[in-house]
Design a protein around this ligand. Sequence first.
Ligand code: CP3
Length: 320
Amino acid sequence: MRQAGRYMPEYRALRERHDLLSLCRTPELAVEVTLQPVRALGVDAAILFSDLLLPLAPLGVPFHFAPGEGPVIETPVRGAADVARLRRFDPREELAPTQEAIRLLRRELEGQVPLIGFAGAPFTLASYAVEGGPSSQYAATKTLMYSDPSSWHRLAALLAEVVGDYLRAQAEAGAQALQVFDSWVGVLDAADYREFVLPHVRALFDRIGGLVPVIHFGTGTAHLLALQREAGGDVIGLDWRLGLDDGWRAVGDGVAVQGNLDPAALLGPRERLLSRVDDVLARAAGRPGHVFNLGHGILPATPVENVRAVVEHVHARTAR
Ligand code: CP3
């Protein structure tokens, strides 16, 4: 999950001097931002600082971040001709700064906490490329899927290939676990997931090659959890919309789960916050294979001391 970001004063200070993509593409700066929450919060793992959209640029889909609006894709991918123009590339070369940041981080973190790398899943990445930015209905993405399935499958297969290589390169550079973000796939029903997404997610996992444990994350996916498990992953991410016990039951036995505190709980008073944390832990019931986490990324208005209180509380409640 996102753990660095605007809620931290030391992040905002760096952002006054550097734009987001410079933080992501300059290894020394990415290292510094990655370490900020590790130092401030006492979390059990570091999450590489980067952004999901980085692979779009070398693919031939340039983008920028517009202040207050989020990502803007300059020429959205809308049809067969756009898909045909995309460029297969080698992430070892074109996304080399990320791998360099990982190598530097492993040196910094040695003996402290493990490092988690990440990338976007084909549906979620494709949705930005096709919509041109954030979306709520995913109308352009679904239009491409339904009206030109062969172009959709070509796009998703290409993304699975380059993202699979990218994740493998992250593991080879030293990432000790990986997270695949399919953040917005919950907008599909199960039949569409099976037809348009599952084969590509499976291809992505195959390509990573089992080098390190992989977390498979989505939101709004209560109806898709069993299919996501079928697609792959050693850990299935659960958002906060369903109880962790119900989510785990839907995922099935023999696989770990990550989650699932509502990030908005961090905005409320301490007592309510910690009782929500206790509820997540009670639903996990001490079973092996629970990774305590938020159900989605941290919100910019979050007080840092509340995050620290959650980390301390979970450590105290789960200490052996
Ligand atoms: O914990 C960390 O170190 C965070 C690293 C991280 C970022 N983006 C940096 C970032 C991670 C894990 C991401 C993933 C990401 N990026 C996702 C999937 C994650 C999820 O929430 O499910 C998505 C959809 C993106 C694309 C993206 N990046 C959007 C839509 C936005 C704008 C929305 C927003 O929150 O402003 C970003 C910007 C972005 N990426 C920020 C950070 C810290 C915002 C801060 C800034 O502008 O400095």
